[in-house]
Design a protein around this ligand. Structure first.
Ligand code: FAD
Ligand code: DHB
Length: 393
């Protein structure tokens, strides 16, 4: 087994791990990033589309926003549709000019990988059998197999950025973490279609047949979601059935959804999950490894980047001054924003989705809430400031 050393071992090359590597590189801190999938796979994995204003500003500040600024689509409002009508939430008017940017996670991941490769610092794809050890000591290690060799990486700190299904969180001994979770009885069928988006702004639709969302990736690509069962069988969804369902849920008098070739479909389950604290000894969890939100509030990627920003600042302070104050406060600092996003995402999800066999009482409450957020300035402002991202939590 060959043994190497680094300051921070980063497990996972998703948005959290890659951004942490970038931030630490800017401060001259050595990192090794380990990813168990191939580069092609991580660059093609379609997920987030909505970046908060604060996330865009942050990525720009750290020099990772060049393509995001030229190709990302700035949106100043979203539409909520219910009872056969659309109502605009003017995000920017309600938040002192703040906005969101539509930029695919795939594109952000590609940008971050290119930045990493330019630094010449290690980023290993397709590593196997990753495991973390000696988390309580001051020299934790990561073992893995890469290109047929067994490797051991000795470090000062391990950053667990390996997503919800990664190995870092489950390596923490039982009884250390408090876990909070909620499963939802539905999922999202995600669709990427080669057709110009039929609306200039995102449409979140409440409908008797279930929720639907009209989003986009570019002026030529629509991104659509249909509420479905969490274990939905994709084989049951022909192109015709997908379009029929989208027309039924998103359709309005005088407005038609344009159809185009479907490039990809995927089913996502939905859950809320938080573990506390986001740390065990020298292992720090960041992003989806520590918390998950249902996608309705568009918060997961934004939270992941906030975590690593806090973590990088704490690590830099520790390496410069020897102070562990930032690292000791890491979990608490992140969890404040995490819980705000958990609440917002849960609330949006409840307001917009229709569980199978929904109680008519609950449906009346949803419609009342939707009417309230689209008619009361105070309620709309509350939705808007959460959606574009709170500056202070
Ligand atoms: P991940 O992206 O999951 O990255 C973790 C990485 O670790 C992966 O590359 C994985 O392959 C790797 N890994 C796993 N196990 C190991 C191992 N053992 N060894 C090494 N590597 C490992 N968020 C938003 O902010 N806005 C949105 O609009 C939005 N929309 C979404 C829509 C959908 C349909 C979904 C599903 C999610 C959406 N999200 C959104 C959430 C967002 O995609 C996630 O929160 C984000 O990917 C989290 O980034 P991460 O780096 O923490 O984790
Ligand atoms: C997208 C994803 C979301 O979760 C959301 O709330 C809005 C848009 C998207 O993929 O475009």
């Amino acid at each position: 087994m060959s043994r190497t050393r680094t300051q921070v071992a980063i497990v996972g090359a998703g948005p959290a791990g890659l951004t942490l590597g970038h931030l630490l590189h800017l401060e001259g801190i050595d990192t090794v990033i380990l990813e168990n999938r191939s580069r092609d796979y991580v660059e093609a994995r379609i997920r987030a589309g909505v970046l908060e204003q604060g996330t865009v500003d942050f990525l720009t500040e750290i020099g990772a926003g060049e393509r995001l600024l030229s190709e990302g689509l700035v949106h100043h409002g979203i539409e909520l549709q219910f009872d056969g009508e659309r109502h605009r939430i003017p995000l920017s008017d309600l938040t002192g000019g703040r906005s969101i940017v539509i930029y695919g996670q795939t594109e952000l991941v590609k940008d971050l990988i290119l930045h990493r490769l330019e630094t010449g610092r290690p980023l290993h794809f397709e590593v196997d059998d990753v495991s973390v050890h000696d988390l309580e000591g001051d020299q934790p290690t990561v073992r893995y197999r890469h290109e047929g060799r067994d490797e051991e990486l000795v470090c000062d700190v391990i950053a667990g950025c390996d997503g919800f299904h990664g190995i870092c969180r489950p390596s923490i001994p039982e009884g250390v973490l408090s876990e909070f979770s909620r499963e939802y009885p539905f999922g999202w069928l995600g669709i990427l279609a080669e057709v110009a988006p039929s609306s200039d702004e995102l449409v979140y639709a409440h409908h008797d047949r279930g929720f639907a969302l009209l989003s986009l990736r570019s002026p030529e690509l629509s991104r659509l979601y249909i509420q479905c069962r969490p274990d939905e069988d994709l084989a049951e969804w022909t192109e015709d059935r997908i379009w029929d369902e989208l027309h039924a849920r998103l359709g309005l008098d005088g407005w038609a959804l344009a159809e185009g070739p479907i490039l990809e479909t995927v089913v996502h389950g939905m859950r809320s999950y938080v573990c506390e604290p986001m740390r065990y000894g020298r292992l720090f969890l960041a992003g989806d490894a520590a918390h998950i939100v249902p996608p309705t509030g568009a918060k997961g990627l934004n939270l992941a980047l906030h975590d690593v920003r806090v973590l990088a600042e704490a690590l830099v302070d520790w390496s410069r001054s020897g102070s562990t104050a930032g690292l000791d406060a890491y979990s608490e600092t992140c969890l404040r924003r995490v819980w705000r996003a958990e609440h917002f995402s849960w609330w949006m999800t409840h307001m917009l989705h229709r569980p199978e066999g929904a109680d008519p009482f609950d449906v009346r409450l949803q419609l009342s809430q939707l009417r309230y957020v689209t008619t009361s300035d105070a309620a709309a402002r509350s939705l808007a400031e959460n959606y574009v991202g709170l500056e202070v939590v």
